[in-house]
Write a protein that binds this ligand. Structure first.
Ligand code: SF4
Length: 103
């Protein structure tokens, strides 16, 4: 049975407000946990000062998500979406080995 115009609009609105199509995290998205498998693989730390510097020698003091090209949060925000962790948000003071300095 084809859906009615009203049903179609309701379904479209649901998708538009979800992260299913965009891959973007909503403001109420969960924080990435350091125990998340992707986070572990990339050495993500919510606090960049706790990065394992022996394991990740490319880490340099002062680097954090807030200055990473992949961070999608607003300037000055405490946290925000990251292109690596779709549907979740990272701490702006965090770091992982995918860090890429903003151009
Ligand atoms: Fe943070 Fe960048 Fe790693 Fe994302 S890719 S967690 S913004 S350092």
């Amino acid at each position: 049975m084809p859906c009615s115009r009203r049903q179609f609009i309701a379904i479209a609105a649901t998708f538009a407000s979800s992260s299913v199509l965009t891959g973007e995290a909503r403001a109420d998205a969960p924080m990435v946990s350091e125990s998340d498998p992707t986070a572990q693989a990339l050495g993500y730390r919510a606090n960049a000062s706790q990065v394992d510097k022996a394991k990740y020698p490319k880490f340099q003091a002062g680097q954090s998500c807030s200055s990473c090209q992949l961070f999608q949060g607003k300037a000055g925000a405490a946290s925000g979406p990251c292109q690596i962790f779709g549907g979740k948000i990272v701490n702006s003071g965090g770091w992982c080995s995918a860090y890429t300095k903003k151009a």
